[in-house]
Design a protein around this ligand. Structure first.
Ligand code: PEP
Ligand code: MN
Length: 338
């Protein structure tokens, strides 16, 4: 449930509500809006007496939240969440944020070269995996901390925010130290311990949809992070597994407006993993912007043919630049900017 305070309610009245919530064995989360404050009550409140709040001075009403994901829902928060990433910009506002870079950090020269190219074309974030989730244990697993250091150097040189995947709880401290955004990969979307652990940090999280997760499971995964107090969550659609085999994954763009209908969190689209084919990425970037995406994350490599991972879906810097020019025009048509 959420306890909606009257406009002008006093800090003492809010504190009184918070104390009552705790007394009932539930968790509180105070959201200070521009006009009024609401107290989100977290936990299983189905058998709790909601009317106890209704008589408290300063309380306007008590609203049950019907969606199983509560913190993520629009019932809880009407205004859209804007997530700043590093000093580079934000996602979730009028401006569409583009994150680009190689699938994996391969060496220092590669990451610096790509960083400069995507920055020049208008990206605000640099992606690159230092810890790679690979299907085969014999495949390249990433440069680990060495890769994180190259990413941090690229941020120092370009000002881009660093987005990198964290695969396990033990990797969190290093990623927090070097990166600006923690990416949770599709294969870890339901690694609940990992979700809770990134929820304890105060770094923005880019949560990728599991390849066979439903929309509700996706939002409940986000809820794990939000419930631990980390409000800076971005939802990323990266394609799902279907019977279709002309693509690596099927990119269901209808999820963008549907997520916006149900949640206040920014929605990012990954057309690289969403198609698996370079020649399809440009079209899907345009479509994602047209249907309301708040951000894009795109794989760009300076030499896709020799990429250690995901070369077949990586754009060259030139393709990326042309795509950026195209989406600027599309963004204007849907009242956004890039
Ligand atoms: C990636 O971003 O390179 C990646 C492994 O993505 P996903 O988790 O969506 O497969
Ligand atoms: Mn990849």
């Amino acid at each position: 449930m959420i306890v909606v305070m009257k406009p002008g309610s006093t800090p003492q009245q809010i504190e009184h509500v918070v104390n009552l919530v705790r007394e009932m064995g539930l968790k509180d989360h105070v959201i200070q809006g521009t006009e009024r404050t609401v107290v989100a009550v977290i936990g299983d409140d189905r058998h709790k007496d909601r009317s106890r709040f209704e008589t408290v001075p300063g309380v306007e009403k008590v609203v049950p939240i019907l969606a199983p994901y509560k913190m993520a829902s629009v019932e809880m928060k009407k205004e859209r969440t804007e997530v700043p990433i590093g000093k580079a910009g934000s996602l979730g506002g009028k401006k569409i944020g583009v994150i680009a870079g190689p699938c994996s950090v391969e060496d220092r020269t590669q990451i610096l070269e790509v960083a400069h190219a995507v920055k020049e074309a208008g990206a605000i974030g640099l992606r690159g995996g230092a810890f790679k989730p690979r299907t085969s244990p014999y495949a390249f697993q990433g440069l680990a901390e060495e890769g994180l250091k190259y990413l941090a150097e690229a941020r120092d040189k370009t000002g881009l925010a660093i987005v990198t995947e964290v695969m396990s709880i033990e990797q969190i401290p290093a990623c927090v130290e070097y990166a600006d955004v923690l990416q949770i990969g599709a294969r870890n979307m339901q690694n609940f311990n990992l979700l809770s652990a990134v929820g304890e940090t105060r770094k923005p999280v880019l949560l990728k949809r599991g390849m066979s997760a439903t929309l509700e499971e996706f939002l409940l995964a986000a809820e794990y992070i939000l419930a631990r107090g980390n409000q800076q969550v971005m939802l990323c659609e990266r394609g799902i597994r279907t019977f279709e085999d002309y693509v690596r994954n099927t990119l269901p763009l209808a999820i963008v407006p549907e997520l916006h209908r149900r949640s206040h969190l920014p929605v990012v689209v990954d057309p690289s993993h969403g198609t698996g084919k370079t020649h399809l990425v440009d079209g899907m970037c345009r479509a994602a912007v047209a249907c309301g995406a708040d951000g894009l994350i795109i794989e760009v490599h300076n030499d896709p043919e020799h990429a250690m991972t995901d070369g077949a879906q990586s754009m060259t810097p030139k393709m990326f630049k042309d795509m950026m020019t195209a989406i600027k025009r599309i963004a204007l048509a849907v009242d956004r900017e890039v």
